[in-house]
Design a protein around this ligand. Structure first.
Ligand code: F6P
Length: 342
């Protein structure tokens, strides 16, 4: 079988480990051949391919980013020629099937291409951990590690100066990174999109901490909304999915805290540091297993399927299951963390 692999959407530590897992299993077990598709769907619609063999994946499991490049191109938006153009590109290369590694947008496009008769297997990718139908996605553990280290570092400087630190982490729609890094780093409040809070409540937590003689540490997801202050949220246009691109919630909250409590406050936006660099050991293993399982799904001709982690097992589910809605932080997980606030 000749298999094309693409990585699409925002990059994520572990993408290269998926590619390596798939190529090594395909070559060693089934004598498959591989072709790299450059820059996500864009490479497929433009016919931009690269050689991909067992030598090109040597040592890749620890390498951040993606050797294939990525883009947010959607094959169904703009003048891309639709599934007919893609099938033509695949035929010209002799590609039988595609492994599409991506998040919600990528998988939704993969489903539509599957419906049009193109043979695709999906691999879930998101540092936000918001994809349904998989317990965890690779990249999340690494992002949480990076955020936790940053919280630990910011705490010592906060304590030295008696300041309040507001640390903004990624998570446009869900608060998983904030919840996990905030718990790991001992944050005094964790603010997530699923649970809007008032500035009064946040200041109450901050003051409790100050009254105990400690420096308050607040972790906030970039998608968090201040309850009752929707107009205060600036947004920087629309993202690739036509959703508001929020602009600096941490930098909005820090001066409000300072003004209301009198505690000097600073905001730090961790941004893309959470997506860069080497994946954690956990993510390398998960990504490698998912890449290998994608080969199994192809062998079984399970088109329109996605490999996923359920408990400790890798399973094959339908892409439809994964794109039916985001996996948000449930109330009980938030309540559990909230016992530690203030
Ligand atoms: O979806 C992953 C993610 O890292 C989000 O947490 C973040 O909001 C977004 O991508 C950033 O996208 P971009 O790299 O296009 O700015």
């Amino acid at each position: 079988m000749k298999i094309g692999i693409l990585t699409s959407g925002g990059d994520c530590p572990g993408l290269n480990a998926v590619i390596r897992g798939a190529v090594l299993k395909g070559v060693r077990i089934h004598d498959d051949e591989f072709v790299g598709i450059r820059n996500g769907w864009r490479g497929l619609v433009d016919g931009d391919f690269m050689a991909l063999d067992r030598h090109s994946v040597r040592g890749l499991s620890k390498q951040g980013g993606t050797i294939l490049g990525s883009s947010r191109t959607n094959p169904f938006e703009g003048e891309h020629g639709g599934p007919e153009n893609i099938q033509k590109r695949l035929d010209a290369q002799g590609i039988d099937a595609i492994i599409a590694i991506g998040g919600e947008g990528t998988l939704a496009a993969a489903q539509r291409l599957t419906d049009a008769g193109i043979k695709i297997v999906g691999v879930p990718k998101t540092i936000d951990n918001d994809l349904a139908a998989t317990d965890y996605s690779f990249g999340f553990d690494t992002a949480v590690e990076i955020a936790t280290e940053a919280i630990d570092r910011l705490r010592t400087t906060a304590e030295s100066h008696g300041r309040c630190m507001v640390i903004e982490v990624m998570g446009r729609h869900v608060g998983w990174i904030a919840l996990h890094s905030g718990m790991a780093g001992g944050a005094h409040a964790i603010l997530i999109p699923e649970q809007p809070q008032t500035i009064e409540q946040i200041c109450e937590w901050v003051e409790h901490v100050r009254d105990r003689g400690r420096a308050p540490v607040i972790v906030v997801s970039e998608g968090f909304l201040l309850a009752g202050m929707e107009e205060a949220h600036s947004h920087k246009g629309l993202d690739a999915f036509n959703r508001p691109r929020l602009g600096g919630i941490g930098e909005l909250i820090a001066p409000m805290i300072e003004e209301r409590t009198g505690i000097e406050s600073r905001a730090t936006v961790l941004g893309h540091t959470q997506r860069g660099g080497a994946p954690s050991a956990y993510d390398r293993v998960l990504a490698t297993r998912l890449g290998m399982a994608a080969i199994d799904a192809i062998q079984a001709e399970q088109w329109g399927s996605m490999v996923s982690l359920k408990g400790t097992e890798i399973e094959i589910v339908s892409i439809k299951e994964a794109t039916g809605g985001l996996k948000t932080v449930p109330q009980d997980r938030y309540d559990e963390a909230a016992v530690l606030f203030g």
